[in-house]
Design a protein around this ligand. Sequence first.
Ligand code: SF4
Length: 358
Amino acid sequence: MDSLKFSEIYFTEDAENLPLSKKIFALFKSARKIPVASAKELYFAPQNTPEEVTRAKKALFLTVKKNNFIEKCPGTKGHLCCNYFVAKNILGCPADCSYCYLQAYLNTRAITVFANTDGFLRDFEREASRQTIRIGTGEFSDSLLMDDVVNVNRSLIEISSKTKSLLELKTKSADVNNILKLNHRERTVMAWSLNPPELSETEEKDTAGPLERISAAAKCAENGYLVAFHFDPLIYFEGWEKAYNELTERLFAEISPEHIAWISLGALRYDPTIKPVVYARFPDSKILCGEFIRGDDGKNRYLKYIRMEMFSKIRAMLEKHGTNMRIYLCMESPWIWKQSFGKLPHDIPRLDPIFKTP
Ligand code: SF4
């Protein structure tokens, strides 16, 4: 919380007097408060410049969303879908990862917080109760980094505990003290994305280090939570095999496989329009080094043989510690699945519940 600093808070009239807005105004007293008629006033113009993306990390936009807080992840053309539902209460993130797709995806000069928390929680409860789904808040923000401000995780965990759905809280924070003792009934999965420490230092600013994340996961596992890990984005660099091997060894030194709900592997992919932003904002970044091809979805990806090699080898590193874990590929084609895993996810019984359409 102490690390969160915002210099400007924009707000629409309908959000101004909501309890969450009042709390945020009180927490960040020195921030300039600026009324706006709508989000349109905050759109990047003409496009996301590096300076504006940086500034957007230090501004909040409080507004109201009427509905559709929950959406099925649209997946990607030609890639197998893992049937994930995305819960949107915050758009933007105070951390700063070089590869973060939000730098190109979001179009607003501030982190948007939908201040009508009641509406969000109502939508969440309805969707999580209506069907058995995996649903998470970590697609358009980090699930924990803003929770001292918005304070929704306690309610989400409680609601999920009464459903058959699984809530995933995906984060790069190591601060889990607020959620440890909640009555989650194993319907919340605490998840971390992991990259080797030497990459995290240059590519994941303002986040906890990967070893701290693993220790936080261990604390959650001790308190009965299922945990998950996303090796995503996997980054190809000289020495990657040794670095990922050391990381997986550290992971299993602290976490036993039976506590792991799933592990995803996803190779680096990015919208090419993000390149000038990354070059300017992260001059030491390794993410744009290497050879890429443009996929059907318009995103740049490593060449197929590189992806296949990374997936097969990292899967083997993980399976050294247990062969029953649910390890899956994120946004990959059936062809890559077959080459890297020998099978499609529907032919792997333990993965079928993830990939079966609810
Ligand atoms: S923590 Fe996640 S959402 Fe936040 S900047 Fe990094 S990749 Fe983006």
